[in-house]
Structure formats: structure tokens, C-alpha cells
Design a protein around this ligand. Sequence first.
Ligand SMILES: Nc1ncnc2c1ncn2[C@@H]1O[C@H](COP(=O)(O)OP(=O)(O)O)[C@@H](O)[C@H]1O
Ligand SMILES: [Mg+2]
Length: 280
Amino acid sequence: MTGQYQQWRKDFPYTVRHQRTTLHFTDEIPAYTRTALERLIDSPAAAKRVSAPLDCQQSALFTKREQLDSLKKKLRVHRGNPKRSGIYDWAIEEMINTCEAYRRGARVPRLLGYGYRRSRLGLVEDFFLITELLKDHVDGFTLIRRDPQAIRPLISAVLELLASLHSHDIVHMDLWAANVMLPKKGDGPAHAIDLENCFYEPTSHFSEVLGFQMGFFYYREMYRYITEADYDALVEAALGAYPHLDRPAFSEIYDISKHQDVGRLERREIFHRGVLKRHW
Ligand SMILES: Nc1ncnc2c1ncn2[C@@H]1O[C@H](COP(=O)(O)OP(=O)(O)O)[C@@H](O)[C@H]1O
Ligand SMILES: [Mg+2]
């Protein structure tokens, strides 16, 4: 395995081994957590990707696990290589982005561990990511399905979170309601999760990127809970925080992203080139 893994081994020096799985942690693991981790490792994964709190309240950990389903993928992850597009596979992207965002002080849960299950031949088959559990939080999509009246506070919290992430040069390109965590009680700030589609270098196309982010939040489910005019008004008020915004550039991508699906590769185009490919 390559340099990236060697660095991670240093940053995550505590190891839990069980069956053919090895997990690396930032801190020593108490016995009750180890037992719960062994249970997780022993349980067959119900789906290709499983995201769930670790079954041990005391541990307060959240686990994500993905089966690498093709030989190509297994080899790439094993060697620590990116895909032809330059993007790493899910687990590696998410791991790199989460560590970097947390290091910069962005509001994301800390990554506490990662690991993999190896095949009998030694190839990585399953990848695990383990973060701190955001206790007493609920994701925005769950919240809004339970209580549609919460739409305005949710949108305000998300617009504030976006500005906060930008202040650390963290650009989350998949920030829909389910990827935002809010405190169940009180009005504490929101946290971002699920950082697979995320950048942490500055963009020369900030206005277009913000247009995408704000349009996309509405497009993914939120249009069911608020009229477009009301949403636009909330966005308009939030734009006061961005005095240098190129309004035409913002509006063009915002209007498209509010109404059409923008795929992952298209999002990267917006970030790197400020354009939506299909509109060349
Ligand atoms: N650190 C966490 N603490 C508590 N709940 C979380 C945490 N991370 C994710 N979740 C919950 O799990 C759901 C799925 O997690 P997410 O990271 O978005 O994975 P996926 O890649 O499966 O979308 C989220 O919508 C949220 O409800
Ligand atoms: Mg998600």
C-alpha cells in the first residue's frame, strides 16, 4: 500500500484486529467498543453500503462500511490509487475530505477510525470509516419529514453552515438535507456529514459553485416543503454575506440546479471550470 496509507497508519496508531478485518484508530479502544466492533465485523452487511451508529451507546461511534464489488475497485483501493477521472473511490475520498475538513476546524464529525477486511489472498474487500456519533442530533431530511414546519429554520441553518464551510475553504458538493445534522434541541449550529463529494482547495468559480449548492439544496426534496419564491427570498437574504458574488454567474447555475439533476462529474466541472457541461 502507498504513502497515503503509511501516513494514516501514523495518524491512527491503535489497531483492532478481528477475523480478516483490521481497524486503525486515533485513540485506544475500550473493551466494550472492541466487543461491539467485533459484532459489526461478524454481522453480514445487509447492503453494499451500510451507515449506522455502532451498536453500543457508550461508544458513541458512527460506522460506514462498503463492500468493494469489483476487482478493479479492490485493486485501486488496495494500492491507494484514484480512478481514471482522478477521483478516488468513495471511502478514500470521504476519508481524505473528512480528515482535512476536521483539521481545518470545519463543522464535521471527527474521523476516529478506518479499516478494511482483506480477502484470503490479502486484497482489500470491505472498507470501514468510523466517525464520532453526533449524539442528540437529527439529519435535516428526517427532521423535515417529521415536522414540515421546520423548513425555514432548516434552510437558515444550512445557509449558515455553507458560509461557515466556505470560511474554511471546504466546498461540499452534496449538501442536501440528509447530509446536514442539526441539534434536536436548542439552536446550536448545524454540522455537515458525508464528505465524499467535497473539495478543499480554493475555486476560481466561487459564484457558480455557490449557485449550484444553493440550487441543489432546494432541488433535493426541499421543493416539496417551500415554494420557490419563498426559497429564493431566503437565498437572497443570505447572499448579503457574499458582497463579491458575480450575480449573473451565480444565477445561471442556481436556476438550473434548482430544477435539474446535476451529476457528480458535472459538479466537478462547476468547481474546476465554472460551467455545466451540457450548456456549452
Ligand atoms: N456522525 C454521525 N452521527 C449521527 N448520525 C449520522 C452520522 N453520520 C451520518 N449519520 C446518519 O446516517 C445517515 C447516512 O449517513 P451518510 O454519512 O450521509 O451516509 P450515506 O453515504 O449512506 O448517505 C445520515 O443521513 C444521518 O442520518
Ligand atoms: Mg448521505
